[in-house]
Design a protein around this ligand. Structure first.
Ligand code: M6R
Length: 614
C-alpha cells in the first residue's frame, strides 16, 4: 500500500516521477505528491484524489518544476489521517528543508510526535509519516549528514517503513531505507531510481538492487553507498530484473483486468511448462526442497493467505486432501496470527500471495517458521519479501498483474496447487494412477478450454447487462467449487460494489434463503460431478422463492432451461479441474457489470493491490 518513487540523475525528474507513480497506482490512489529541488529549494506539490489531480497541478508549472534533476514521489493509500492534500506525502519539517515519502506504518508515532512537539516541532498533518520528517531534520541539525540523520532517525522508529528522503542542503542526494516494506534501487547511467516496485522503473532500467531490512542507501547521480543500521558498509547485490516493459501496457484492451483475464490460457501453459512434461511422467517440482521422506511423513498442511489467494488455497485444500490424504487447514492470515496455532516440523506451512508483500501473510509464515515448520511460498513475485522467507518457493509465473482485482494470478495459484498435489501424491503413492493420468491429460487441455470460454464472452456480457442493476447477488456451489462461488462474489463486490456473497448451496436453506425474492439473482455453479444433482435441487428451492436464477454449467441437460433465466455455458471438464474453468466467466461477469455501471475497474475505491499493513 502506498507507492514510492525517487530519481536522481541528469534528466528532469518530473516526468520520471509522474510516470513511476502512474505505474504504481495499483498500490493506492487516495492522493499523491512529489518533492523536487528547484534552484536550491525543496518544493512540494500535492493533490488529493487520483494521480491526475497532481498531474494537472504540476502541468501548470511544468517549465519551472522540470528544472529539477532530483525528486521523490508518493501515491497514497491512507492509514493515518484522511486522504486530504495536507496528509498527502511528501511531508516536511518546520524549516521546509527536508522532504520524506513513506510506505508503511510508524507504530510509535504518537510517542514520537508528543516528544517532538515538546521540543518545538509544529505538526501540520495527522499522519504518522510527518514524525519522520521532523526527526530527520533534528538529526540533521546535529550531524549535517543526511545518511547519518536518516540512520539515527530509524533507530527511534518502530513499525514498518520504506522511506525516501531529500534535504535542501545536501544537493543531488536521495537517502532511502526500509524495514518490512519493499524498496528497490534501479541503476542507470549516471542516474539512480528508487521505487516500491518494479513497474515504476522498468521502462528505464533492468539493473536493480533490492534493499534488505535496515539497510540504508545513499544515491547521487554517480554513486551508490549501502550501509546497515549500525553503519557497516554492505556489499551490493545487483541483479537483472526479469520483467519486460510491455507487461505494463493494456495491449489494446480497455482495462488491465480484461487483458489479464485473456492472458489466462497462456498463464496456464507457463505454469505447467517444464513441470508437467507428459502424462506418463511424474510431475517435476524441484522447487519443493522438502525431501521425499519428510513429504511422506507430513501429518498436516496449513495454508495461510488473504482475499483471492485464500480462495486459491481453498481449492488447494480440496485437491490435496483428495489426492494426498493429508489433513489441510486453510486460514486467513489475519486470523492465524492472533491465536495459538499448533504446528511443528512435521507441519508444512504454505503461504499464498500474488504480491508476496501482504503483511498478514508475511507475519503468519514468520510465526510458523519460528515453530520449525517448513515454509513453502506460492507467489507471483519471487523477488518479494515473502519469497525471501521461503524454504521452498513456487513462483506462479503469471507475469505482472496490474489490475487491483486479481484474475490471472488466481488461476496460476490454483494450477500450482494441482501440480503440488499431484507431485506429493506421486511420492506418497496416495492416489489412483489412472485418476492422476486423467487429471494430467485434462490439465494439458485446459488452456484450449479457457480459450473457448473467452471466445464466448459476449454471452457473459449479455447476462451482465441483464443483471447489472441488481443491488445484491448470491453465488452458490458445493464441494470444490465453493471457493469459486466465494471468488466470483469477491470479484463482483470489489469492482462493482454490489453486495455479493458466496454460499455452499446446502447452507442456503439454513438462513440465506430468507433473503430470496424476485429482486435477488442467484448464480448456481452447476458443474457436472458428484454434487450436480444436489445443486440442481438447491437451485429449484431458490427458484421456488422467486429468485432470478443464473446457471454456470458444463452440462447439456435441456431440463435446466426452464429453471434458469440465463445460462452461461463452459466446455465439459472433470469436476476436479472445474474451478479453473468456472472462474473465468465469473471474472468476466464482474468485469462487464462494473463496466456497465461505469466503475473504475482497475482501481476500485478503497482498495490497493498490495496490502502491506496488518
Ligand atoms: O498479494 P496477495 O495475494 O497476498 O493479496 C491478497 C489480497 O489482498 C488480494 O487477493 C485481494 O483480495 C485482491 N484485491 C483480490 O482481487
Amino acid at each position: 500500500m502506498c507507492g514510492i518513487v525517487g530519481y536522481v540523475g541528469n534528466k528532469s525528474a518530473l516526468d520520471i516521477l509522474l510516470e513511476g507513480l502512474t505505474n504504481l497506482e495499483y498500490r493506492g490512489y487516495d492522493s499523491a505528491g512529489i518533492a523536487v529541488n528547484v534552484d536550491g529549494h525543496v518544493e512540494l506539490y500535492k493533490a488529493e484524489g487520483k494521480l491526475q489531480n497532481l498531474k494537472d497541478i504540476t502541468f501548470e508549472k511544468k517549465e519551472h518544476i522540470s528544472k529539477s534533476t532530483i525528486g521523490i514521489g508518493h501515491i497514497r493509500w491512507a492509514t493515518h489521517g484522511a486522504p486530504t492534500t495536507i496528509n498527502a506525502h511528501p511531508h516536511s519539517c518546520n524549516c521546509g528543508r527536508v522532504a520524506v515519502v513513506h510506505n508503511g506504518i510508524i507504530e510509535n508515532y504518537k510517542e514520537l510526535r508528543a516528544k517532538l512537539e515538546k521540543e518545538g516541532c509544529v505538526f501540520r498533518s495527522q499522519t504518522d509519516t510527518e514524525t519522520v520528517a521532523h526527526l530527520v531534520a533534528k538529526k540533521f541539525a546535529q550531524t549535517h549528514d543526511l545518511t547519518e540523520a536518516v540512520r539515527l532517525a530509524t533507530k527511534e522508529i518502530e513499525g514498518a517503513y520504506a522511506l525516501c528522503v531529500i534535504h535542501q542542503d545536501i544537493k543531488n542526494t536521495i537517502v532511502a531505507t526500509r524495514r518490512n516494506a519493499p524498496l528497490l534501487v534501479g541503476i542507470g547511467e549516471g542516474e539512480y531510481y528508487v521505487a516500491s516496485d518494479v513497474p515504476a522503473i522498468i521502462k528505464y532500467t533492468k539493473k536493480a538492487m533490492y534493499l534488505e531490512d535496515n539497510q540504508i542507501v545513499t544515491l547521487t547521480p554517480d554513486s551508490m553507498k549501502l550501509i546497515d543500521i549500525d553503519n557497516n558498509v554492505i556489499s551490493q547485490k545487483i541483479e537483472i530484473l526479469p520483467w519486460e516493459p510491455v507487461a505494463l501496457s493494456k495491449m489494446g484492451y480497455k482495462h488491465f483486468m480484461l487483458k489479464e483475464i485473456h492472458e489466462q490460457p497462456d498463464v496456464v501453459r507457463n505454469v505447467l511448462a517444464g513441470k508437467l512434461r507428459a502424462i506418463d511422467e511424474n510431475i517435476s517440482l524441484n522447487e519443493v526442497t522438502l525431501d521425499k521422506e519428510s513429504l511422506k511423513t507430513l501429518n498436516r498442511i496449513q495454508i495461510v493467505a488473504c482475499g483471492t489467494s485464500l480462495h486459491a488455497a481453498m481449492v488447494g485444500k480440496y485437491i490435496m486432501e483428495e489426492l494426498c490424504g493429508i489433513a489441510v487447514d486453510v486460514e486467513p492470515s489475519s486470523e492465524y496470527i492472533y491465536r495459538k496455532t499448533v504446528g511443528d516440523k512435521n507441519t508444512l506451512v504454505i503461504g499464498v500471495s500474488q504480491s508476496g508483500e501482504t503483511a498478514d501473510t508475511i507475519t503468519a509464515v514468520r510465526q510458523a517458521k519460528s515453530r520449525g515448520s517448513h515454509i513453502l511460498i506460492v507467489t507471483n513475485r519471487p523477488d518479494s519479501t515473502m519469497a525471501r522467507e521461503a524454504d521452498s518457493l513456487i513462483p506462479v509465473s503469471a507475469g505482472i498483474e496490474v489490475s487491483v482485482a486479481a484474475t490471472k494470478s488466481y488461476t496460476a495459484q490454483v494450477i500450482s496447487f494441482y501440480l503440488l498435489a499431484i507431485y506429493i501424491a506421486e511420492i506418497k503413492n496416495s492416489a489412483n494412477k489412472e485418476n492422476l493420468s486423467n487429471l494430467k491429460r485434462e490439465l494439458i487441455l485446459l488452456p484450449q478450454k479457457i480459450e473457448k470460454v473467452l471466445s464466448h464472452k459476449e454471452d457473459v456480457q449479455a447476462c451482465a447487462r441483464r443483471f447489472a442493476n441488481s443491488k445484491d447477488f448470491i453465488f452458490i456451489a458445493r464441494g470444490i467449487n465453493y471457493a469459486t462461488a466465494l471468488e466470483g462474489a469477491l470479484k463482483l463486490k470489489e469492482i462493482s460494489y454490489i453486495n455479493a456473497t458466496g454460499y455452499t448451496a446446502g447452507e442456503l436453506k439454513h438462513g440465506p434463503i430468507a433473503m430470496l425474492d424476485e429482486s435477488m439473482p442467484v448464480l448456481s455453479i452447476l458443474m457436472k460431478g458428484q454434487v450436480y444433482e444436489k445443486i440442481l435441487s438447491n437451485s429449484e428451492e431458490a427458484k421456488a422463492r422467486n429468485a432470478r436464477m443464473i446457471a454456470l454449467t458444463d452440462s447439456d441437460d435441456t431440463k435446466i432451461n426452464d429453471l434458469f433465466e440465463c445460462i452461461i455455458k463452459v466446455p465439459e471438464i472433470i469436476e476436479t479441474l472445474s474451478p479453473v474453468l468456472a472462474i473465468v466467466p465469473l471474472q468476466l461477469l464482474a468485469y462487464y457489470i462494473a463496466e456497465f455501471l461505469g466503475k473504475d475497474v482497475d482501481q476500485p475505491r478503497n482498495l490497493a493491490k498490495s496490502v502491506t499493513v496488518e
